[in-house]
Design a binder for this molecule. Structure first.
Ligand code: NAP
Length: 259
């Protein structure tokens, strides 16, 4: 029987590429996002595997529980959970709508945490018969420093990295593996969604297919943290050694052309 990967945010960008990769590597899929039409198109495109479409707004507090219920009602078993859905908002904290920033926390942090919690117990059982069982969480290079001009987004990704690294350590020996993918700038709808007209898209921006492939391969090799691209890896190391205030002012410059 084929293993199953549940991928959030599969309607575009990195999540769409993850869906193609997992399908190409023999996984059935459960795909989640708000845009049902795009998910149905994905299902048609990947007709060589079973694809279950779950349209869901992850900013709703009960979203993770409802997804879990739908999956268990269909007696499906999730071997791999890819917590990829997420978004950023560009702008100063007190000038952005509070409700939108709360939605961001709900999608980037709470849904990711809840889905991990709900699917983990069965993953531990499945891991006894499957060597690639686990969670692939999508953080960002934003996780490595504070980000003036996108403060809640950077903080949310710092949570994803810290939480995922802790789970990676906690689950050693259980057969359930946790990888954190920390992409830098990647060519997706992210910047449009963040309304970041002022953000400078780095010339080093990578394609979504390359970034997703590196995340997928890192997960298969049971790596803890994957940072795609030399530029991003060097930046992550630099952020560790620079004073936090200097790292923050570099991020501020990237998030606002006016700085
Ligand atoms: N692109 C970059 O430069 C970059 C860099 C570092 C990290 N990342 C991270 O990579 C992940 C994927 O983003 P992307 O770059 O591929 O951007 P994207 O093309 O905008 O994709 C974001 C995905 O998240 C889903 N999503 C957003 N809000 C949602 C909600 N409320 N409920 C359910 N699904 C929701 C979207 O689906 P619907 O709109 O259909 O709901 C979409 O499928 C995110 O976690 C992002 O933070 C991106």
């Amino acid at each position: 029987m084929k293993p199953t990967a549940l991928i959030t945010g599969a309607s575009s960008g990195l999540g769409y590429e993850f869906a193609r990769l997992y399908a190409a590597n023999g996984y059935n899929l459960i795909v989640v996002a708000r845009n049902e039409q795009k998910l149905q198109q994905l299902k048609e495109e990947l007709s060589h595997v079973d694809v279950m479409v779950i349209p869901k707004d992850l900013s709703q507090p009960n979203a993770a529980q409802e997804i879990y219920q739908t999956v268990t009602d269909q007696q499906l078993h999730v071997h791999v959970l890819v917590n990829n859905a997420g978004f950023g908002l560009n702008g100063e904290f007190d000038k952005l709508a509070l409700a939108e920033q709360q939605d961001m926390i709900q999608v980037n942090i709470t849904a990711l945490t809840d889905l991990s919690y709900l699917f983990l117990p069965e993953m531990k059982k499945l891991a006894k018969d499957s060597s690639h069982t686990g969670i692939l969480n999508v953080a960002s290079t934003a996780a490595f420093q504070p980000g003036p001009g996108m403060s809640v987004y950077y903080a949310s990704k710092a949570y994803v990295l810290s939480f995922s690294e802790a789970l990676h350590g906690e689950l050693k020996g259980t057969g359930v593996h946790v990888t954190t993918l920390c992409p830098g700038a990647t060519e997706t709808n992210f910047f449009k969604a963040a309304r970041g007209e002022k953000m400078k898209l780095a010339s080093s921006a990578m394609s979504a297919s390359v970034v997703a492939k590196q995340g997928f391969e890192g997960f298969m090799k049971k790596q803890g943290v994957v940072i795609p691209g030399r530029f991003n890896s060097v930046g992550a190391v630099a952020a560790k050694f620079l004073p936090r205030s200097l790292a923050a002012s570099i991020a501020k410059n990237m998030n606002s052309a006016e700085s």
